[in-house]
Design a protein around this ligand. Structure first.
Ligand SMILES: Cc1cc2nc3c(=O)[nH]c(=O)nc-3n(C[C@H](O)[C@H](O)[C@H](O)COP(=O)(O)O)c2cc1C
Length: 174
């Protein structure tokens, strides 16, 4: 059975990015397992000296979840024109261990504007050699006008997200 790991760049309880990630399973075939990693806030700060020895337990767990996934979805806001620190920190833990290597990754940036973080996220995923198919990258600006009470209210956004998932599934199967 194939599985997708989703990573949210926002720690906010009412997060619009988490709303998006929670909507994803309804668009997945039942044979695909789906897990949202909700512990990026629990990962310690990246420390290269702990990369291979005395690696913290939560880092090992995160790395294993990424390694075991057939596809990844990253969904994140932009903070101060950049990637949220907690998400960047999580990705940094995989730079030298290589769990993203050749893995299909959907990159969704849902933010007020989000252009810079989207660009930066694509660059980082590229550096860690994740594979982002062109149709699996989506920038959703004005996100707060497109979600309400834990649901996506904007039809166009739903259609675009469905296309991202179809593309990811296609590349997972390839
Ligand atoms: C400290 C802070 C900085 C922000 N900086 C940006 C920014 O640079 N660009 C942007 O598009 N949105 C920015 N925002 C707005 C977020 O995009 C918005 O709050 C978004 O809904 C957060 O995602 P979430 O709903 O998943 O938590 C910022 C928000 C906060 C709290």
């Amino acid at each position: 059975m194939m599985n997708i790991l989703a990573i949210c760049g926002s720690l906010r309880p009412e997060s619009s990015n988490m709303t998006i990630l929670k909507a994803v399973p309804q668009w997945l075939p039942t044979k695909i397992q789906y897990h949202i990693y909700d512990h990026i806030g629990k990962l310690p700060h990246f420390d290269p000296t702990l990369n291979h020895e005395d690696t913290p337990t939560e880092v090992n767990r995160f790395r294993q979840l990424v390694a075991d996934a057939d596809g990844i979805i990253i969904c994140s806001p932009e903070y101060a024109f950049g990637i949220p620190g907690s998400l960047k920190n999580a990705l940094d833990w995989t730079v030298s261990s290589g769990e993203f290597n050749d893995k299909p990754v959907a990159v969704i940036t849902a933010s007020s504007s989000g252009e810079k973080a989207h660009e930066a996220l694509l660059t980082v995923v590229n550096v860690i050699t994740g594979h982002v198919p062109a149709s699996s990258a989506l920038l959703i600006p004005y996100i707060r006008t497109k979600v309400a009470n834990g649901t996506i209210t904007d039809e166009e956004t739903i259609v675009k997200l469905q296309a991202v998932i179809v593309s990811l599934l296609h590349h997972m199967a390839a």
